[in-house]
Design a protein. Structure first.
Ligand code: HOZ
Length: 427
C-alpha cells in the first residue's frame, strides 16, 4: 500500500504540532513509520488520504461501537447544530441523557457530564477525596486514567508506550499521594492499606484494563477490592471510560456483577463527540458544587451537540441490547480464528479477550503490567505493519486494546484472520 500523501501531511503537521499529533500514540513511534492520515470513515472502514481502505480495529479507541458515521448520530448532530452550538446555560437534553444513563447503569443516582475521560477521572478522585476527607489514592501499574497529574505515575497507554510512565512535570507533592499496586494482586493492595491506615480516599482502576493491552481480572480480584474498600471506608472508583456501554448496557459493573462507588465514563457515552461523565449514588454526588463543597465546572460541559450524539447512541444501545451479544459473538469468532492461526506458528503469544475488547501479546500469560511489558515489541512492530499492508488497522502500540464495532461483518473478520495467517507466516 502507498502512504505518500499521509507521509507528506505528517511532515507538514510536524512543523506546527509537537510530534505532528495531538495525542502521542497516533505518531506511530512505538511501531516505526509514519501515521496514516484519515480522510473519512464509514461503518467498519477507514479511508485514508492515499485512497486506501482499512478495516478498523480501533473504533476511535472505543467510541464507535456501532461503526463510523452511524447515521442516527450524524443526523442528530446535524439537526442540533442548526439550533446553536453552545449556550453555557442548562438545556433539556442534558436531563434526558442523564435520566437514560442513570437507568442503564447500576448503582448510580446522579451523573455529571464533562468533556473527556481524563476530566471525568480527575473529578471523580477530587470528589472521593472531598467525600472521605482523605488524600491518598491507590492506582494500579499500567492502568491509565487520562493525563491528569495524579495518574501519570506508572501509567499505561501512551505514557508507557513512550517509556515514560512517570511524566516530568508531575510534582513530588502530587506523586506522593498516589500509591501503586499491581493489578490482579490483592496482597499488594492490602499492604498499601495497612501501611497507610485511615489515609486512603479511593482505589481507582479500570475493571478490565485496556491500556497495557487487554487484561482479564482474575476470579476474586475485583470482589476482594470491593471487600477491602468496605472494610476500610475507601471508595471504589471504576474507570469505565473503555468498558462503559461497551461490555454491557451497565458496563463492567453489570458484566462482572461488582458494585463500584463512583463510575467514570467517556468514549461510547459521547457517540464520538468529546464527552466524559462521572456518576455515583446521591450521598456522594450531592457533595459536588453547587450542592456541596467539591468544585467542578466547565463551559462546554453538557454541550448540546455532544449531548445529542451521546443521547442518540445510548438510546440505540438501550433499545437494541442485542448489539452487546452480537459484538461478543464477533469478537469470540475473531479470537478463535487468531488462536487457530497463531497456534500453528512457533511464536510465543497470549490472546486476552473480554466482551468486545481483545489484544494479542507476543509473550506468555499476561495478567498485569510487568507481564504485559515482557511482550516482544520487535515482533509486534512487524505484525502491525504487516497487517496494515494487508489493509487492517490495529492500534499502533502493543499496550493498547483492539475495539470491535458492530458494523464489522463476518467477511471482514475472515479477511482479518486470513491477513494474520499471511503476516505471521512471514514473520
Ligand atoms: N492512549 C489513548 C488510548 N488509550 C490514545 C488516544 C488517541 O490517541 O486518540
Amino acid at each position: 500500500m502507498q502512504y505518500k500523501r499521509s507521509s507528506a501531511l505528517f511532515a507538514e503537521a510536524s512543523k506546527y504540532i509537537p510530534g505532528g499529533v495531538n495525542s502521542p500514540v497516533r505518531a506511530f513511534k512505538a511501531v516505526g513509520g509514519t501515521p496514516i492520515f484519515v480522510k473519512e470513515a464509514k461503518g467498519a472502514y477507514l479511508y485514508d488520504e492515499d485512497g486506501n481502505k482499512l478495516i478498523d480495529y480501533i473504533a476511535s479507541w472505543g467510541p464507535m461501537i456501532l461503526g463510523h458515521a452511524f447515521q442516527p448520530v450524524v443526523d442528530a448532530v446535524v439537526e442540533k447544530t442548526k439550533q446553536g452550538t453552545s449556550f453555557g446555560t442548562p438545556t433539556e437534553i442534558e436531563t434526558e441523557i442523564a435520566k437514560l444513563a442513570v437507568s442503564m447503569v447500576p448503582n448510580i443516582d446522579k451523573i455529571r457530564f464533562v468533556n473527556s475521560g481524563t476530566e471525568a477521572c480527575m473529578s471523580a478522585v477530587r470528589l472521593a477525596r472531598g467525600f472521605t476527607g482523605k488524600e491518598k489514592i491507590i492506582k494500579f501499574s499500567g492502568c491509565y486514567h487520562g493525563h491528569s497529574d495524579s495518574f501519570l505515575i506508572q501509567a499505561g497507554s501512551g505514557a508507557v508506550t513512550f517509556g515514560s510512565p512517570n511524566s516530568p512535570g508531575v510534582t513530588q507533592g502530587t506523586a506522593k499521594d498516589t500509591l501503586l499496586a499491581d493489578y490482579n494482586n490483592l496482597e499488594s493492595v492490602k499492604a498499601l492499606i495497612e501501611a497507610n491506615k485511615g489515609e486512603i480516599a479511593t482505589i481507582i482502576l479500570e475493571p478490565v484494563p485496556g491500556n497495557m493491552g487487554c487484561i482479564i481480572p482474575k476470579k476474586g480480584f475485583l470482589e476482594g477490592l470491593r471487600a477491602l474498600c468496605d472494610e476500610n471506608g475507601i471508595l471504589l472508583i471504576f474507570d469505565e471510560v473503555m468498558t462503559g456501554f461497551r461490555l454491557a448496557k451497565g458496563g463492567a459493573q453489570e458484566f462482572l456483577n461488582i458494585k463500584a462507588d463512583i463510575v467514570t465514563f467517556g468514549k461510547v457515552i459521547g457517540g464520538g463527540l468529546p464527552v466524559g461523565a462521572f456518576a455515583a449514588r446521591d450521598e456522594i454526588m450531592n457533595h459536588l458544587a453547587p450542592l456541596g463543597p467539591v468544585y467542578q465546572a466547565g463551559t462546554l460541559s453538557g454541550n448540546p451537540l455532544a449531548m445529542a450524539a451521546g443521547l442518540t447512541m445510548l438510546k440505540y444501545l438501550d433499545q437494541n441490547e442485542i448489539v452487546f451479544k452480537s459484538l461478543e459473538d464477533k469478537t469470540s469468532y475473531l479470537h478463535d480464528g487468531l488462536e487457530r492461526v497463531l497456534s500453528e506458528t512457533d511464536l510465543t503469544y497470549t490472546i486476552n479477550r473480554l466482551g468486545s475488547m481483545i489484544s494479542v501479546h507476543f509473550t506468555d500469560e499476561v495478567y498485569d503490567f510487568k507481564t504485559s511489558a515482557k511482550g516482544n515489541n520487535e515482533t509486534f512492530k512487524k505484525f502491525f505493519h504487516g497487517m496494515l499492508n494487508e489493509g487492517v488497522y490495529l492500534p499502533p502500540s502493543a499496550f493498547e486494546t483492539w475495539f470491535l464495532n458492530d458494523a464489522l461483518t463476518y467477511e471482514d473478520l475472515d479477511d482479518t484472520i486470513a491477513a494474520v495467517e499471511k503476516v505471521v507466516g512471514e514473520l
